[in-house]
Each structure stands twice: as structure tokens, then as C-alpha cells.
Design a binder for this molecule. Structure first.
Ligand SMILES: Cc1cc2nc3c(=O)[nH]c(=O)nc-3n(C[C@H](O)[C@H](O)[C@H](O)COP(=O)(O)OP(=O)(O)OC[C@H]3O[C@@H](n4cnc5c(N)ncnc54)[C@H](O)[C@@H]3O)c2cc1C
Length: 489
């Protein structure tokens, strides 16, 4: 479903034509814009809900193909869980408080970055480890001169310590195939259970909490064993060696680029409350400036997280399988904390490094502003699972105290240079209420069910994608739905 070069070329040319139409629309008064919208016929309109990367990419592709699209967004900005804070720091520094990394395999993201002239630069890899109160260098761990203080580990690596305890299931995948009943049965067990069954000591489960479970924003007892075994049956499971990139200048440029091209087709500050549909038409009931309005169309794309979709009234309701998956889809907890320091002390000679893996409640702490001019710099943290939940119960002041203390433990001189900081806890965000989706125990078929259209309603969003929990997955889902609609109409 990826776009060919030729398609991109055609899109760019037709965009120029559309941009002039959009700018002439923008010059009209709000009244005349709404009368134009009313004038465009309801029986042709596609209503896309949610201007995250899923909804944006879907609306963009439909718009480029000449469909009548309207994109409704609850916030006053595009991007959803892609969120770059630009006003919170001095010297024009910025920080990613939502999605950050573009992996080398994230082809959908990279393709649109190309289209919009955005550059992806490599990020820094881990160079330090701070666990159980001690500092280690990643080089020391990888060369085997430093041994992590966890029982049952193997020398030479940080991630993937669980593999030796699940080898018999990895072999089973190789012998019987990923879709065999024996392998699929692993979905009924949690990561914690299967590790215990494989003889892993508690320390290995603890370490998994800080490695992969932190990436998934969850805990080993809530994660399906099936996906851990499948991930390790491939050669590409996430590790300290994964090469990650970031969009130079900030990830928000990608959603903004889509939004710019969609122009007035996006309606901000409109929150979907209920959806009424039959086989011929759809009415989306929306709150705008505290007042209820209705938007009618022929098709609808719900590109909002399942954590929000479960709060929307649907009449006459979806199938029981879909409703069940929407209600139960597992999500994690995540908080990011950005701290501005006057000086980049993490570059000093005696420093543990710039990107540190920890078992503190901050989990990952790293120099974010690597490609931004100093002398000031930003340390960013990625806190997830139970620690994010715990910090989420604290007020901003207390969260920041915990963060400063963890940084002091790692870089004792850090308090001298601290200036200010800010947190973003996604589970308290009214339009996300969660981190991102994960494969929960017993949730094997959920993703396919969540992705399947029901009557005139189509579903996009990272939770519907094979590349879930990523910007790449969000875009992949948007493209999938745009193709579904092109075929259907
Ligand atoms: C802290 C954090 C770190 C992450 N790190 C990475 C990373 O490093 N790399 C990566 O690739 N991905 C990362 N992700 C995941 C990535 O951000 C998401 O997978 C992706 O952005 C989801 O896009 P989406 O369009 O599916 O959903 P969203 O971005 O959530 O978009 C949904 C949109 O719907 C809107 N909406 C919600 N309710 C309503 C309503 N009732 N009416 C109208 N609109 C509504 C929301 O405001 C939002 O704009 C991270 C996410 C978080 C939170």
C-alpha cells in the first residue's frame, strides 16, 4: 500500500492547484466558509474524525484523489500524540513530548517526510546504564567487562535477556509456524507467566520490566507471551542496537505539513460525542464551542484511539466483537518529562553519557537537544508502566522533584545547572487517555477486528495497524482506509 514515486509526484502537482483553492477559501469570512460546506452535498461527504497522523494521512490521500472530505479534530492543533513543545524552553529549544523516534524500517513516515521535504537524522544510542544504584558504560556491558547486577543474565547485552528462557517456544515457532495452534495458545499466557514457566529468575522479569515492557508502556503480567515469542523469533526484535532517527527540527512538522495541505477541510475544536448511522448516511454529533452541531455524510472514518472511542455513543452500535475489542483493548501508561539545564554537563569527562537506560522511575533519561544549539540543553525522560502511573498521581511540582532527584543520582552536579521543566502524562490527556495500544493477554484477534469496517464506518489509528504503537502504523492505517474508501465509492 505504499505510495509509488509517480503517485507522490502527481500528488505534489495537484497539491499546488488545491493550495490556491484553499487560500482563496481562507480569505472568506467564517459564514461564507460554512455556507460552502453546507452547499457541498452531504451524500458525497466523507467525515474523518481525528487529526492524528492516521486521520491526516487518510484525509490527505482522499482529498488528493478528489473526494469531498471534512476532518474533525477535538484539539486546536493537528498531530494528536505527535506533540512538540516549543514555548516551554529558552533559546528556541524544543522537545518531543509524544512520539519521538523514526526507526529505519518506518517507510510510511520516511516516504511522507520525503514528500514534504523533511529530514530524518539518526538519534543517539544508549551510552550509559544506571541500575540498582550503580553506573555502567554500555561499552563495558557490550564487551562483557561489566556485568549487570541481575541474576540469570548473559554477558554482552542489555535487551533480550529473556530469550534464553523462552528458547523452546522460539523453536516451536520455527518447527510449527507462527499460526499453529500450539504457538497461538501462548496468547493465553502473560510474559511473566511464560518466563516463570521457562525457569527465569525474578530478576529477569524485573529487567524485562525496564527493557521491553517499558517500550510497550506496560508490565510483564499484562503483556501477551505470544508477541514476545514472535518478536524474538525474528532477527529484528528491539534492542540497544536498534538504529532510531528523529525528524530534524521537530516531529510536529509532519502533521503540520499534512494539515497545511488540507487547509480549511480540517475543523478544529470539534469533539465527536455520538455517531448515528444506517447503510445510506451518517450523522456525527459534535460539540463546538459548548454547543452541539451535526455533520452529515455518506461515510465516516474513526481515527481516534480505542481509549476514546469507548466513550462515544454509537447508534445503532457496532457488532459485539468490535464493541468488545474497543472496550477491552489494552493500553499502557506513559509520561515524558523535559528538563532544561543551563549547561550540558552530561558531556563532561566523568559523565556516564548522554543517553542512559535506568531502573529509576524515569526509566530512560537522555539528552534530547543533540541537534539544537547550546549552551543550554534539554534532558528528556520516557517513563512508563507502573512508574508513570505513580508519577501521574503527583502534582507537577512533585513530579519534577522526583525527576531532579533521579538526575542528581546519575549526574551529581546536575542541580547546579537546573532551570525548569515540564511534564506530559498522556493518560490524563482528555483526547488520548492512554499511551498507545499493546497486545494484551488473550487479545490475539483484536487488531484485525478493530481495523474492519462496519457498514459505512471505517477505522484507522495505530491500534488498527500491524505496525501498532507508532507513527508509521498510524500512517499505514490512514492509507489502508483511504484505499478501502476509494474502492467502496
Ligand atoms: C509518549 C509517547 C511516545 C511515543 N513514542 C513514539 C516513538 O518514538 N515513535 C513512534 O513512531 N511512535 C511513538 N508513539 C506513538 C505514536 O505517537 C502514535 O502511535 C501515533 O501518533 C498515533 O496516531 P493516531 O493518529 O493513531 O492517534 P492520535 O495521534 O492519538 O490521533 C487521534 C486524534 O483524534 C483526536 N480526537 C480524540 N478524540 C476525539 C473526539 N471525540 N473528536 C474529535 N477528535 C478526537 C485527538 O485529539 C487526536 O488528534 C509515542 C506515543 C506517546 C504518547
Amino acid at each position: 500500500m505504499s505510495l509509488s514515486k509517480q503517485q507522490i509526484h502527481i500528488s505534489r502537482r495537484s497539491f499546488i492547484k488545491k493550495m490556491s483553492a484553499a487560500s482563496s477559501l481562507a480569505a472568506l469570512s467564517p459564514l461564507s466558509i460554512s455556507s460552502i460546506l453546507q452547499g457541498s452535498s452531504d451524500d458525497k461527504r466523507i467525515i474523518v474524525v481525528g487529526a492524528g497522523l492516521a486521520g491526516l494521512s487518510c484525509a490527505y490521500e482522499l482529498d488528493q484523489a478528489g473526494f469531498n472530505v471534512i476532518l474533525i479534530e477535538a484539539r486546536s492543533r493537528p498531530g494528536g500524540r505527535v506533540r512538540t513543545y516549543r514555548d516551554s524552553f529558552a533559546d528556541n529549544l524544543y522537545a518531543e513530548m509524544g512520539a519521538e523516534y523514526v526507526d529505519s524500517t518506518d517507510n510510511f513516515v520516511k516516504q511522507y517526510c520525503n514528500t514534504f521535504g523533511l529530514k530524518v537524522l539518526p538519534a543517539k544510542q544508549y551510552d550509559g546504564v544506571y541500575v540498582r544504584g550503580r553506573r555502567y558504560s554500555m561499552k563495558g556491558i557490550q564487551s562483557g567487562t561489566d556485568l549487570l547486577p541481575f541474576e540469570g543474565i548473559q554477558k554482552g547485552k542489555l535487551f533480550g535477556q529473556e530469550v534464553q528462557y523462552i528458547q523452546k517456544w522460539i523453536d516451536l515457532v520455527k518447527q510449527k509456524g507462527a499460526n499453529s495452534p500450539e504457538v497461538l495458545a501462548l496468547d493465553n499466557m502473560s510474559v511473566e507467566e511464560v518466563l516463570k514457566k521457562g525457569g527465569a529468575p525474578k530478576d529477569i522479569i524485573d529487567l524485562y520490566t525496564y527493557t521491553n515492557a517499558t517500550e510497550a508502556t506496560s508490565v510483564p503480567s499484562k503483556m501477551s507471551a505470544l508477541y514476545m515469542v514472535l518478536a524474538n523469533s525474528r532477527t529484528s526484535a528491539f534492542s540497544e542496537n536498534t538504529v532510531e532517527g528523529r525528524i530534524l527540527g521537530g516531529n510536529d512538522q509532519l502533521p503540520k505539513a499534512f494539515a497545511k495541505r488540507l487547509g480549511t477541510r480540517i475543523k478544529y475544536s470539534r469533539s465527536l460525542r455520538s455517531l448515528v448511522f444506517n447503510s445510506k448516511k451518517i450523522t456525527a454529533n459534535v460539540i463546538e464551542d459548548g454547543k452541539r452541531t451535526s455533520i452529515k455524510g455518506i461515510k465516516c472514518v474513526l481515527a481516534i484511539p480505542a481509549s476514546i472511542l469507548r466513550t462515544i455513543k454509537i447508534d445503532p452500535g457496532f457488532t459485539s466483537g468490535k464493541t468488545n475489542s474497543i472496550q477491552k483493548q489494552e493500553y499502557g501508561h506513559v509520561m515524558k518529562i523535559a528538563m532544561q539545564y543551563r549547561r550540558r554537563f552530561w558531556d563532561d569527562n566523568n559523565s556516564i553519557g548522554q543517553r542512559v537506560f535506568t531502573d529509576t522511575s524515569l526509566r530512560r533519561i537522555y539528552h534530547f537537544s543533540i541537534d539544537q544549539p547550546g549552551p543550554r540543553g534539554i534532558l528528556l525522560t520516557f517513563t512508563s508502566g507502573e512508574d508513570a502511573k505513580k508519577l501521574g498521581r503527583f502534582n507537577e511540582n512533585r513530579r519534577m522533584k522526583v525527576a531532579q532527584k533521579a538526575c542528581k543520582d546519575i549526574w551529581p552536579e546536575s542541580p547546579k545547572y537546573w532551570e525548569n521543566g515540564i511534564t506530559k502524562y498522556w493518560n490524563e490527556d482528555p483526547f488520548a487517555k492512554a499511551s498507545y495500544s499493546l497486545a494484551g493477554v488473550g487479545q490475539k484477534g483484536y487488531r484485525e477486528i478493530l481495523a474492519k469496517s462496519e457498514g459505512p464506518v471505517h477505522f484507522a489509528g495505530e491500534h488498527t495497524s500491524v505496525h501498532r504503537a507508532s507513527m508509521n502504523g498510524a500512517i499505514e492505517s490512514g492509507l489502508r482506509v483511504s484505499e478501502e474508501l476509494k474502492r467502496a465509492l
